[in-house]
Design a protein around this ligand. Structure first.
Ligand code: A3P
Length: 286
């Protein structure tokens, strides 16, 4: 039944959006009161859009491109996930500039974004690949038990806004509304994949850092798909765990092996309606 597929125990709704039990209501409310500094940086994404990849890049930019040091600690400590309540003490203890990951919508940070009190890098990926990646994440995510349904059942949940963090379109358009802010930087997964050097350089510029050509090379190598796949510090699940599917394919266009013709038509129609006039365009194939 849908209930069985939809619910992990303790999953809950806040302001019309589903959250995992690790992000309780009280925590969402405290996040609204966090005080940032103008050098603090959020990697703000919809899940499965290249968050971890971008976290690793900005961490290397911030630590003086010390690849060995980065490898020595998990990314969850270096660029913690703001949304998870148990990270709270660690986050408040971090020195500024804080680097944080979030999947929340911008209204949680609205005043501070408008006052230049925080920076955000918004990584966006074409939503068809996001959905397929999210499906694999649901299938392999065992903290709350793997999703028991099929791709078609998963697609229905997405259609009905019953996935954690809600609807991709609503999320992206909410962030995109801040596109004229100098402290919000938009990066597309596909651009990073096709032009890593140029985009690493742009990220560094946004962080007010100058990188040498050699440093850019080091970052691009350390954050290539193949290198990251083998790097335990950026793989969330233990490497000996067979279900470890976190750094999975890292490709553009894999959705074609999943979307049925009908699903694709539905999605294209929805995309047209929601994204029309936004000026946002995505690359759906390589
Ligand atoms: P796939 O499931 O399509 O492979 P997030 O970190 O936001 O959860 O995103 C995870 C997605 O980013 C996964 O997509 C993962 O493989 C991909 N990814 C992680 N590191 C990457 C890298 N260095 N290059 C390209 N894709 C990467």
């Amino acid at each position: 039944s849908e209930g069985r597929l939809n619910k992990v125990p303790g999953q809950h709704e806040y302001d019309g959006i589903l959250y995992l039990p690790t992000t309780p209501r009280s925590h969402l409310e405290s996040i609204k009161n966090v005080r940032f500094t103008s050098e603090d940086l959020l990697v703000a994404t919809f899940s499965k859009s290249g968050t971890t990849w971008c976290q690793e890049i900005i961490y290397l930019i911030s630590n003086g491109v010390n690849v060995e040091e980065a490898k020595s600690r998990p990314i969850t400590e270096r660029v913690p996930f703001l949304d998870v309540e148990i990270n709270w003490a660690g986050i408040t203890a971090l020195k500024s500039p804080k680097l944080l990951k979030t999947h929340l919508r911008p209204h949680f940070f609205q005043t501070q974004i408008l006052d230049n009190r925080v920076k955000a890098v918004v990584v966006m990926r074409n939503p068809k690949d996001v959905l397929v990646s999210f499906y694999h994440f649901y299938k392999s995510y065992h903290m709350f038990g793997p999703f028991p349904g099929t791709w078609n059942e998963f697609f229905e949940l997405a259609k009905n806004k019953q996935l954690i963090y809600g609807d991709w379109f609503d999320h992206i358009l909410a962030w995109w509304a801040f596109r004229s802010r100098p402290n919000v930087f938009f990066l597309k997964y596909e651009d990073l994949k096709m032009h890593p050097r140029a985009n690493v350089a742009k990220l560094a510029q946004f962080m007010n850092r100058d990188l040498t050509e050699d440093e850019i090379t080091k970052i691009v190598e350390a954050t290539s798909f193949n290198t990251m796949k083998k790097n335990p510090s950026v793989n969330y699940l233990k490497t000996e765990d067979k279900r470890n599917n976190f750094i999975r394919k890292g490709a553009i266009g894999g959705w074609k092996n999943y979307f049925t013709v009908a699903q694709n038509e539905y999605f294209d129609d929805r995309y047209e309606i929601k994204m029309k006039g936004s000026g946002l365009e995505f690359t759906f194939e390589s």
